[in-house]
Write a protein that binds this ligand. Structure first.
Ligand code: GCW
Length: 701
């Protein structure tokens, strides 16, 4: 036997017993690509070609037919909907009225295959819940990096264009496979430069790459672009020259990208420019942009994330600003609303704007990136967060008026419907999202955007099967761990409705005590937790800020009443005495300690679960998750100790004696000064922190 044969035999033996090393770069698209499926299509086109290629190389079953058809049943599903019929032995037919539908149908079949779920016969019809399913990249895209560390750098690698980075194709496939059909390339803190010819050329190149995958490109824009580019002296939306400028700029953009989607606008928010700078309203600004985009069928997604350092409860401000103008916005304006009234906290009640603007399309903005959930260091599956919001009843038109129904067009009949997620996709890590399990948050956003009736649990399971293995001994415990993971984060960070206990300089660790003389009060934890000798929490009832008054009955009453308020939101809406008896029979203080401790114990349990999974996972991904869970446990302890010890200075009551004792003292915890988590050049300031919890520097990216 010659040397080559020996090597081949050795490789064969290894291959049949080994779980191959993987770095996560394939995402959930790990189907073998050695199939030679028979696939025929009755038409050609660049999107159909993608569908054909995906099936030909990955579909292991009987022949597949792709048909563009014009039947009533199929056209009723819209251009992105599809039907699949047929059976496992003879093959399947995917029918759609447009190319996009065939693409989504192809991925549907492949998903069934990869989750071991191809049925003997199939007869399904699908159409998306929302027309625009969009990622918001908070990506510098050539601008100065003007936002938080968690978002620095660019996935698009604009300096490499027009050479196309290899990651684009996988990005497009991944999005198409879960139904995402739109993407905002750049950060909402937008640079005016993005609208100059040099950058529009790059936008065009990206749009061309994404188009075959049915993904449209959008841009965030700076409201004062005409001024900041030195072309006008004002950006007043009622000024004729300003209106003309935007019209001709939009015309120019459409020359580069004929199917350009539109703009995303963060106006007069956290220092960005906006119509208010010229004494105008958000309504004036949005309608001016809408008029410029309308001839091209473009839309303007205008963010409701606006708040001022004034006397009004921050949680009330978006509603006060936007709701009174319901009915006055142009038809191509969509108001983009964060899921909760403040700012992507670990848990928030729904924003009171959902259901409250019935004549204007309103869309949810979720944060897929874990800005407030341990960055890419923590395992926190957000399917449960998204589901919790979408399924919450606003009661806008009686029982059953869920956030999903108030935004998907069914309740108020809006033609344009949308849902967005702030992307967690990075250009500088092989596994795309920093944490292997963070990929699941991208995945679940897309799947829920396609069908908000799916359950977070079913989607988690689907993802686990495709990303790791179909072995039930792995799928069940890992899915269970994911389903508990966000609640664990809430428990060790901000249980019972607490919010914004984050450090001033970063959103990673706890600093419930922080006071900064120059800071706006609404950027400091004490504004939110209001701890004092009597109790804890923000009184937003009728006797307090009356934020509850912005909700429909009976939500208003149930949130507003201490005894009926969902305890998950208790301290969001009430200032509660430390001695108050909770539903469990414990006092508020004891209950708080229990939640903090439960969070820690849960993460310890995740460690145990994961370690048991070693034999089902390749060593690289196993070790990656294992090391991240270690960081997560030590962070959980950091959070628990910091918050419990700090609040104890007000409650003046012992931690229940059957609970684990704190492992650090308050003074040491207060000495941690982690100015900006990813700033390695600030390492000196991190020295103290490194001594205590050494592994976390780097934020996981
Ligand atoms: O939560 C905050 C983030 C900012 C972000 C802002 C927003 C892009 O800390 O970095 O700015 O939300 O949503 O505009």
């Amino acid at each position: 036997m010659n040397k080559l044969n020996l090597i081949l035999i050795a490789l064969f033996i290894m291959g049949s017993t080994m779980v191959y090393a993987e770095d996560g770069s394939l995402l959930w698209l790990r189907a073998k690509t050695d199939a030679h499926a028979q696939v025929v299509a009755n038409k050609q086109g660049r999107t159909i070609d993608v569908a054909v290629e995906e099936l030909q190389t990955q579909w292991q079953g009987a022949p597949v037919q792709l048909m563009i058809v014009n039947t009533k049943e199929v056209t009723a599903l819209g251009g992105e909907g599809f039907t699949i019929s047929g059976n496992k032995s003879k093959g399947f037919t995917i029918a759609a009225s447009a190319e996009a539908g065939l693409l989504y149908g192809a991925y549907y079949l492949l998903r069934l295959q990869e989750t071991n779920a191809v049925p003997a016969t199939l007869n399904v019809s699908e159409k998306p819940s929302y027309t625009i399913r969009i990622l918001n990249h908070w990506d510098s895209f050539g601008a100065e990096d003007n936002t938080r560390a968690a978002f620095r750098g660019s996935f698009w690698k604009p300096e490499e264009l027009p050479q196309i980075p290899a990651s684009y194709k996988q990005y497009a496939r991944a999005n198409a496979s879960i139904g995402i059909n739109a993407t905002v390339l750049n950060n909402v803190n937008a640079s005016p430069a993005v609208l100059t010819a040099r950058w529009l050329e790059k936008v065009k190149t990206i749009a061309n790459e994404l188009r075959p995958y049915n993904i449209k490109v959008y841009l965030s824009v700076d409201f004062a672009t005409p001024v900041r580019l030195g072309e006008l002296t004002t950006a007043d939306p009622l000024n004729k020259n300003v209106q003309k400028w935007w019209k001709s700029k939009v015309d120019e953009i459409y020359k580069y990208v004929p199917d350009f989607g539109g703009f995303l606008m963060k106006a007069n928010s956290e220092g960005t420019s906006g119509p208010r700078d010229y004494g105008r309203t958000h309504l004036d600004g949005a309608n001016m942009m809408a008029d410029a985009l309308a001839p091209h069928k473009g839309v303007i997604m205008w963010r409701a994330f606006v708040y001022d350092p004034n006397e009004t409860d921050r949680a009330k401000q978006a509603y006060l600003e936007f709701q009174p103008n319901d009915g006055k916005f142009r038809s191509n304006v969509i108001i983009q609303v964060k899921n909760g009234p403040v700012d992507f906290q670990p848990r928030e009640p729904i924003s009171s704007l959902f259901g409250a603007m019935q004549k204007t399309p309103v869309m949810v903005e979720f944060e897929i990136v874990q800005e407030y959930l341990g960055y890419a260091n923590h395992l926190a599956y957000l399917g449960t967060t998204f589901e919790e919001c979408l399924d919450t009843d606003t009661y806008a038109k009686g029982t059953g008026s869920t956030v999903a129904k108030t935004t998907d067009g069914t309740m108020f009949g809006h033609k344009i419907t949308a849902i967005s997620g702030v992307a967690n996709i990075r250009g500088n890590v092989a596994n795309w999202c920093g944490h292997q399990f963070a990929q699941a948050n991208w995945y679940v956003f897309g799947r829920l955007a396609w069908n908000h009736n799916l359950s977070a649990e079913a989607i988690a399971e689907e993802w686990v099967r495709q990303t790791f293995t179909n072995d039930e001994a792995f799928v069940l415990p890992v899915t269970d761990m994911m389903m508990r993971s966000r609640e664990a984060e809430v428990d060790f960070m901000m249980p019972l409705g607490l919010h914004h206990l984050f450090a001033f300089g970063h959103h990673y660790g706890p600093e419930p005590w922080v006071e900064v003389s120059f800071a706006r009060p609404d950027w400091l934890p004490s504004y939110y937790h209001k701890a004092d000798a009597v109790g804890l929490g923000y009184d937003r009832t009728i006797t307090g800020s009356n934020a509850v008054g912005q909700y429909f009955s009976p939500l208003r009453e149930s949130y507003g009443n201490l005894t009926t308020c969902d305890e998950r939101f208790l301290l969001w809406f009430h200032h509660v005495p430390w001695t108050y008896t909770m539903k469990s029979g414990r006092t508020l203080w004891d209950e708080l300690c229990y939640h903090y401790d439960r969070g820690v114990q849960e993460v310890r349990d995740f460690q145990k679960t994961w370690d048991r999974m070693e034999k089902y996972v390749d060593s690289e991904r196993f070790a990656h998750v294992q090391s991240r869970l270690r960081i997560q446990v030590s962070d959980a302890i950091w959070w628990r100790d910091a918050c419990v010890l700090y609040f104890q200075t007000f409650a003046k009551t012992p931690i229940p004696y059957n609970l684990e004792r704190p492992t650090m003292d308050l003074e040491t915890l207060k000495a941690i000064d982690l100015v900006d988590f990813n700033y390695r050049e600030k390492a000196d300031r991190n020295k103290e922190r490194e001594k205590i919890i050494p592994k976390i520097i780097g934020g996981g990216y």
